[in-house]
Design a protein around this ligand. Structure first.
Ligand code: SF4
Length: 391
């Protein structure tokens, strides 16, 4: 219960549930995930049993509904996971937004019907409509299911918002725009709404992954920074032309369908995560906070007591201010100056604002510091400059 006692029971936080089981490991993936078959039924059953127990204690502790719930992975929609996921969602209860990550290969009508009334938002990992690209990054998914199952199933109203995740910058050939155009054309011809939300990330080469070894051996090329920026710029312009609002560096929403859960992270809301590699943030009225992390294997999580294995670290005001900048400047809403004022001394804040006003890429307006829309491609540079002022 130690984890829960850090939180004010009258302010339920956003909830994250980590499910680490996947069908197989993708070549580029640096997250903690474990092939479901390797974990085995005993570990999986124990893992979900503990998640259900922690969920029940969380539900009992907080008065009121959670602002959002996010089931992430891993691959929560593996057929062998869905019954357990449905049970956990039933325990956690209502929320204005309940998202679940999913792999397009396991999207079926049965899965959607089992989650009817339990989720509001489905986030589907497509990564690329090009089979060649998917094979290059070690994904063998069947994106035809998107056309054949998911788009038709939306008419039954199982979810009110659909997000598709894509990866770009595999190499110098541009494929996202032409392939997404074909998809959009299919949606138009078939009377299907375009997805409410798109996430588009550049392929990251993470140390220790199979993909990074292929790059090291010269078997995969990586476009240079300038080529990546050119490609991203064209893709961002294309999505804007399709009616998507670019509200975070990798996130695009139609008709205001932001991911509220992620917006909460980006704007500095506290959250509570459970699972073998979940993390949490808890903020106190004196401006300090706690970072709570679990970093144990699925088998250890399954075999140990509820709320054990979560390590707690102190967050000072400066840590929290830097986190706010790191996340907030990636959004079109920026970072609230008054929130920074609660965390930094007045002189430092004044120097920061004066720097931002002189900078060609930053804007101070409506009580926020933001990166200019046309400078978002260089957001890492501006984030570094602003966070340097705070440390
Ligand atoms: S499905 Fe997602 S979490 Fe699982 S291995 Fe692939 S990238 Fe990693």
């Amino acid at each position: 219960m130690m984890l829960l006692e850090n939180y004010d029971r009258n302010h339920p936080p956003r909830i994250y549930v980590h499910i680490p089981f996947c069908r197989r490991k993708c070549a580029y993936c640096s997250f903690y995930s474990i092939p479901s078959g390797l974990a085995g039924e005993r570990v999986r059953a124990g893992y979900f049993k503990r998640l259900a127990s922690e969920s029940a204690l969380i539900r009992e502790y907080f008065n009121g509904d959670f602002p959002s719930i996010y089931i992430g992975g891993g691959t929560p929609n593996l057929p062998e996971n869905i019954g357990y996921v449905s049970e956990i969602l039933q325990i956690l209860g209502n929320s204005a937004e309940i998202s679940m990550e999913s792999n397009v290969s396991f999207v079926t009508e049965d899965m959607l019907n089992m989650l009817r009334g339990r989720i509001t938002r489905l986030s589907v990992g497509v990564q690329s409509f090009s089979r060649r690209d998917r094979i290059r990054i070690g994904r063998y998914d069947d994106t035809d299911l998107l056309y054949g199952v998911l788009l038709p199933a939306r008419k039954c109203g199982v979810v009110s918002a659909l997000n598709l995740d894509f990866i770009t910058n595999f190499d110098k050939r541009e494929r996202f725009v032409p392939l997404f155009s074909k998809f959009a054309e299919h949606c138009g011809n078939s009377g299907f709404e375009l997805p409410e939300h798109i996430s588009l990330y550049s392929l990251q080469i993470e140390q220790g992954t199979a993909y990074s070894r292929l790059v090291g051996e010269g078997l995969r090329a990586v476009p240079d920074d300038a080529a990546q920026a050119r490609q991203l710029k064209r893709e961002w312009e294309y999505l804007a032309g399709m009616g998507y609002e670019h509200y975070e560096v990798s996130a695009f929403a139609r008709t205001g369908n932001y991911c509220r859960h992620n917006l909460g992270y980006w704007t500095g809301d506290g959250f509570l995560g459970i699972g073998s590699h979940a993390s949490s943030r808890c903020y106190f009225s004196d401006g300090t906070g706690l970072e709570i992390k679990c970093g144990i294997s699925a088998a250890e999580y399954a075999a140990s007591n509820v709320f054990s294995g979560y390590e707690t670290g102190h967050l000072g005001r400066t840590d929290i201010a830097v986190e706010l900048v790191l996340a907030g400047l990636r959004t079109k809403f920026g970072v609230s100056v008054s929130r920074l004022g609660e965390l930094c001394d007045p002189d430092r804040l004044e120097r920061l604002i004066s720097f931002c006003r002189k900078s060609d890429g930053l804007v101070v307006s409506d009580g926020s510091i933001r990166i200019r829309d046309d400078m978002m491609l260089f957001c890492e540079y501006y984030i570094r400059r602003v966070s340097d002022f705070l440390e």
